[in-house]
Design a protein around this ligand. Structure first.
Ligand code: IPE
Ligand code: IPE
Ligand code: MG
Length: 252
């Protein structure tokens, strides 16, 4: 892999160009609960406020040169929360898809869901598949929503499928390398993220895109997700421009 230097180009008045900004931005949307708590409201109202933010961020992608936006909505570990919160979140996802389906399609957004669907309510899974099918031919922003997603779980599921192919002689063990394994991941159609953002001040990745973010740039910001703005996303994309990604090679 060649090294891509973002630092050697003069900055044309802070304009993010299609060429040098992050093409794939992944966001760990954290802090909804604290946002609600600070207002004396139930946690679920924070999740609703967070969901309302998503539309503005998706809409801003074309002008920021972002072709792929991947958002972490529910982790494989989030089942540990109260039954009320989990049910509220699942209900929110269902309502979100129904409410946003047409707008996303009209905006030429192509939607993909990643994560294990097996534990999800079949009605939600049907809606997820419908939204994917409806938007499959779109050519605008690629929006990937991670629901019941965990990086370790994804690698384990991919390995299981790969092992099945080896067992049935569709794949030989000598063919197994990084590229082969990556083809079994939920994200096989996506490029790796260039920039991973986590809101709410926590500096951890909480099992998000473990394989794919091996060489991603990271930004941890204090803003709670429901307060995250397009202006802040733009600032982070601009600061990405100045980073030099070396991929293990020598600085240019
Ligand atoms: C992120 O917000 C959304 C989900 C994990 C579903 P949180 O609900 O984790 O908010 P905090 O971290 O408790 O503030
Ligand atoms: C990560 O946030 C998952 C999502 C944003 C969906 P969490 O709030 O679940 O992560 P931890 O528990 O603080 O690590
Ligand atoms: Mg959290």
């Amino acid at each position: 892999m060649s090294s891509q230097s973002n630092a050697v180009f003069a900055r044309p008045s802070q304009v993010i160009t299609d060429t040098y900004g992050p093409k794939h931005v992944a966001i760990i949307m954290d802090g909804n609960g604290r946002w609600a708590k600070a207002r004396g409201r139930p946690r679920l109202s924070g999740h609703h406020a967070g969901a309302r933010r998503v539309r503005q961020i998706v809409e801003s992608c074309p002008s920021l040169g972002i072709d792929y936006l991947t958002i972490f909505a529910f982790s494989t570990e989030n089942w540990k929360r109260t039954q009320t919160e989990v049910a509220g979140l699942m209900n929110l996802f269902r309502r979100y898809i129904l409410k946003e389906m047409n707008a996303l399609n009209m905006a030429d957004v192509r939607v993909l869901f990643v994560g294990d669907r097996i534990k999800l309510d079949p009605k939600l899974v049907t809606l997820m598949s419908e939204l994917e099918a409806l938007t499959a031919q779109n050519n605008g922003v690629n929006l990937t929503i991670a629901i019941n997603y965990g990086g370790r779980d994804e690698v384990a599921r991919a390995t299981r499928k790969l092992a099945e192919d080896v067992a049935s002689h569709r794949l030989s063990p000598s063919e197994v390398d990084e590229n082969t394994l990556a083809r079994y991941l939920d994200t096989h159609v996506l490029p790796d993220p260039d920039l991973v953002i986590r809101t709410s001040g926590e500096a951890r990745i909480s099992n998000f895109l473990l394989w794919q973010s091996a060489y991603s740039e990271y930004e941890f910001v204090d803003t709670l997700w429901p307060d995250f703005t397009v202006a802040e996303l733009k600032r982070l994309c601009q600061s990405y421009f100045f980073r030099e990604r070396r991929y293990g090679a020598i600085a240019t």
